[in-house]
Design a protein around this ligand. Structure first.
Ligand code: ADE
Length: 231
């Protein structure tokens, strides 16, 4: 069993890479695919870059060229709703591309036209494994539900209100839904685990700088606990 681990930014993966027994590194499409072992699990760990296109290209390479059996996406996200704070964790049950808009044809916002699904679902056993890892790590609140992704860093209260109303989303980021979309096309189990770096409001870029280190620490600890339990 080979696990693909994707993060959008190098800082989201660097703690994990320090623990990895590296066998080889291969560069494709400008991305470095690190093959090796993490706590006895065969993994390919890669930084995909920011946004849906980078994430989709990366995921397809993991599937087609590295034959991964499962995909885990970790990283940071903007929190939606008043009860979610930096450091908290959201485990996605399903994801939607919030910037997909063919409403002119009568589709709901987020629907990829002519696809047989509205949302892209995460694998139930990976969700369960992420949830028990969160319980073991502790020190933050864990939420399970929908994450929305789009090619936009959300820093606008009106936009968060819309994302909450339209999609009932718990958090927003820029890659997860496209990773889950590619996994859906290839029938590969996936889970997206994000720790909150900001509340996607008007000061979001400043909170992002301040809280990303703690959010990364939390998502890395969860992934470590999950990998330890997979042996
Ligand atoms: N990732 C972390 N914070 C974010 C935000 N506010 N919008 C989009 N992606 C994010």
């Amino acid at each position: 069993m080979t696990l693909g681990i994707i993060a959008a930014m190098s800082e989201e993966l660097e703690i994990l890479l320090k623990d990895m027994q590296l066998d080889s590194s291969t560069t494709k499409a400008g991305m470095t695919f690190n093959k090796g072992k993490l706590w006895s699990n065969e993994v390919i760990a890669v930084v995909c870059g920011i946004g849906k296109v980078n994430a989709a290209v990366c995921t397809q390479i993991l599937v087609s060229e590295f034959n991964v059996d499962k995909v885990i996406n970790v990283g940071v996200a903007g929190g939606i709703g008043k009860d979610i704070y930096p450091g908290d964790v959201v485990i996605a049950t399903n994801l939607v591309e919030h910037d997909m808009d063919t409403t002119a044809f009568g589709d709901p916002h987020g629907q990829v036209p002519r696809m047989d699904t509205f949302d892209f679902k995460c694998d139930s056993s990976l969700i369960e494994s992420a949830n028990s890892a969160c319980k073991k790590v502790g020190g933050f609140n864990t939420f399970t539900g929908r994450i929305v992704s789009g090619d936009v860093f959300v820093a606008d209260v009106e936009k968060i209100k819309w994302l909450e109303k339209e999609f009932n989303a718990l958090s927003c980021e820029m890659e997860g839904a496209s990773i889950a979309h590619v996994c859906y096309l290839n029938n590969i189990p996936v889970v997206v685990i994000r720790s909150i770096s900001d509340n996607a409001n008007n000061g979001a870029h400043m909170d992002f700088e301040k809280f990303t280190p703690i959010a990364v620490k939390n998502s890395t600890s969860i992934l470590k606990e999950m990998l330890l339990s997979m042996n």
